[in-house]
Ligand binder design. Structure first.
Ligand code: KIV
Ligand code: NA
Length: 276
């Protein structure tokens, strides 16, 4: 199969093909997801929580993102690889924003970056696009704003908030982003936004009217239980399968059932004879 690109992303909306996106943070998982056929891998700053054990995404650094993005890019033969810009990497100045995004592209091998926010970061988004870096927008619940939002809450429920979200989506479209993640917004609002812009919307907790969906891989495979948002569907209980395998291993180590001779390296008889 051909490499999925930012232009394939746009074409998917025109064709009415829904886009599947999942997060990935390492080589072997990225390879599995790519082989399964997912169109887009997001190296989310959610890695701070699911891979590094932080209680929010705020501590994630550009170095962390570069490190994980490199690994994912090596595993993604076909999928488009997008990296999150972490907190403070695009808040200080346009110059720093371009430098940081440039690292995710040059060192990390991402094909694009994702930034949280609308009107307030428009100058940064425009500068990135001018620098030839494809940008994925992210509106609604933006986890880097957790302290301002007072927790992880559904966004866009009031008329004022909903109007702001619609306006932000249009601003981002005009700025030239290739898609917009809509996180935790009422389904009807996500439907309306998806219909009123020409670029794909990718929903997470935003209903099935979006042009694509994204989930955190550890959430949908049951490998992370610190948070259990309503929008997560658990497709497999891989966490339990891992524990079962590990329990069996421990038991066989204790009993001596593992390793068997077929897992062991043997001396030839003639060498063995000369030793004793
Ligand atoms: O960091 C992340 O995983 C994300 C997605 C959930 C959209 O930003
Ligand atoms: Na993120």
């Amino acid at each position: 199969d051909k490499k999925y690109t930012v232009s394939s992303f746009m074409q998917s909306k025109v064709k009415g093909d829904k886009i599947s996106m999942l997060t990935a943070y390492d080589y072997s998982t990225a390879k599995l997801l790519d082989e399964a056929g997912v169109e887009c891998l997001l190296v989310g700053d959610s890695l701070g929580m699911v891979m590094l054990g932080y209680d929010s995404t705020l501590k994630v650094t550009v170095d962390d993102m570069v490190h994980h993005t490199k690994a994912v890019a090596r595993g993604a033969k076909r999928a488009l690889v997008i990296a999150d810009m972490p907190y403070l990497s695009y808040h200080i100045s346009v110059e720093e924003t371009i430098k940081n995004a440039g690292r995710l592209i040059q060192e990390g091998d991402a094909q694009g970056v994702k930034l949280e926010g609308g009107e307030e970061i428009l100058d940064k988004i425009e500068a990135l696009i001018k620098a030839q870096i494809p940008v994925l927008g992210h509106l609604g619940l933006t986890p880097q704003s957790v302290n301002m939002m007072g927790g992880y809450k559904v966004q866009g429920k009031s008329e004022e908030q909903a109007k702001q979200l619609i306006a932000d989506a249009k601003l981002l479209e005009k700025a030239g982003v290739f898609g917009i993640v809509l996180e935790c917004v009422p389904k009807q609002l996500a439907d309306h936004i998806s219909k009123s812009i020409s670029i794909p919307t990718i929903g997470i907790g935003a209903g099935n009217g979006c042009d694509g969906q994204v989930l955190v891989i550890q959430d949908m495979l049951g490998m992370y239980s610190d948070l259990a948002p309503k929008f997560v569907k658990r497709y497999k209980n891989t966490g339990e399968t891992m524990k079962e395998g590990v329990r069996e291993y421990i038991q066989e180590v204790k009993s001596g059932a593992f390793p068997e001779d077929k897992h062991s390296f043997m001396l030839k008889d003639d060498v063995l004879e000369k030793l004793y």
